[in-house]
Design a protein around this ligand. Structure first.
Ligand code: BMA
Length: 313
């Protein structure tokens, strides 16, 4: 057997963003959604405050590595209306998806009623408008597809039930607000690195073989849960069809700031940026405390899904 080269090459100056880069008081900087538009990279990151609840900050960059953080938080829990009731305990893990001229943000809203997913949008990263709460509890990790399929918006979501824990589902919508026709498409695999739970990670992006999505998988050990990243390839025209779930993970915690932090042994992605040279930048939170980035060749990830797949369900 040949030794496997690392699929994801870590940026040598990781971590790229920490609490020290943030001009207001936070304990962590992690699990950021990222989008590239007009040559600029926009990052919406999660930070724990000193009371243990989370808010979202904004950073921007011209090269995808060196980010500058905006002076004020981008979103804090709503104070009025329906959102206030469901964001009472904080807002977490944003994903960004550009559809036409708008950047849509899906994020977890925590409250005494559980965790559910909310949708907001911005055009300029200055004004952000909350649109709707788009799931009930217990849901997290919703990613939108940047294109419509047969006239409908599509998302991957992650409901949890005792009988079928934390799996990846797909749902459809005419307007991004009302969702239905849901079905399960990928489940955790028994006695495997993602056996405890899985969830959609970054906004899927198009390759010449289908939509590639980086997801997270969790394995429970005697020392707690271990979060790793894996790859899933969805059919180009019908993303509910899985062309391959890579059997092997693509990234696990190795650097000291991934092994130890706010929660140890965690790499968790909410954003990837495919580049014109055939690589993809993968952004991940290290140990729920810092932001890191690495690059992979898109064709290597696609090959891994197609050549070494596991059963999706
Ligand atoms: C999950 C979420 C993520 C976090 C991960 C590891 O349940 O809370 O935001 O990165 O746990 O702590």
């Amino acid at each position: 057997m040949q030794k496997r080269e690392p699929l994801v090459k870590r940026y040598e100056k990781n971590p790229i963003l920490t609490k020290n880069d943030v001009p207001y008081p936070v304990v962590t900087v992690h699990n950021a959604g990222v989008v590239k538009a007009g040559g600029r990279y926009w990052m919406i990151f999660r930070s724990h405050l000193f009371n243990g609840r989370s808010i979202l900050g904004l950073a921007e960059s011209s090269d995808g590595y060196l980010f500058t953080v905006r002076a004020e938080p981008f979103m804090t829990p709503a104070c009025t209306g329906i959102f206030a009731e469901y964001e009472e305990y904080g807002i977490e893990d944003p994903r960004i998806c550009k559809i036409d001229k708008d950047f849509f943000i899906t994020y977890s809203a925590y409250s005494r009623h559980g965790v559910r997913v909310a949708l907001a949008k911005t055009r300029d990263f200055k004004i952000v408008e909350r649109i709707a709460l788009i799931t009930q509890a217990d849901q997290r990790n919703v990613v939108l597809f940047p294109e419509k399929f047969e006239g409908r918006f599509v998302r991957l979501d992650r409901p949890h039930t005792e009988l079928s824990p934390w799996s990846i589902w797909i749902s459809y919508s005419p307007d991004l607000i009302h969702w239905g026709d849901s079905k399960v498409i990928v489940k955790p695999e028994a006695y495997h690195w993602d056996e405890m739970k899985i969830g959609p990670g970054a906004t899927p992006f198009k390759t010449d073989k289908g939509w590639l999505q980086i997801y997270h998988g969790v394995f429970r050990t005697m020392d707690g849960a271990v979060y790793r990243l894996g790859a899933i390839l969805h059919d180009q025209n019908d993303p509910s069809l899985i062309l391959g779930v890579a059997d092997e993970w693509i990234l696990e915690s190795e650097d000291p700031w991934e092994v130890t932090g706010y929660v140890h042994n965690v790499v968790f992605t909410c954003g990837t940026i495919p580049e014109e040279d055939g690589t993809v930048k993968i952004y991940w939170g290290g140990a729920d405390k810092v932001m890191c980035v690495g690059t992979a060749r898109v064709s290597d990830l696609v090959d891994l899904c197609l050549q070494k797949p596991r059963n999706p369900l």
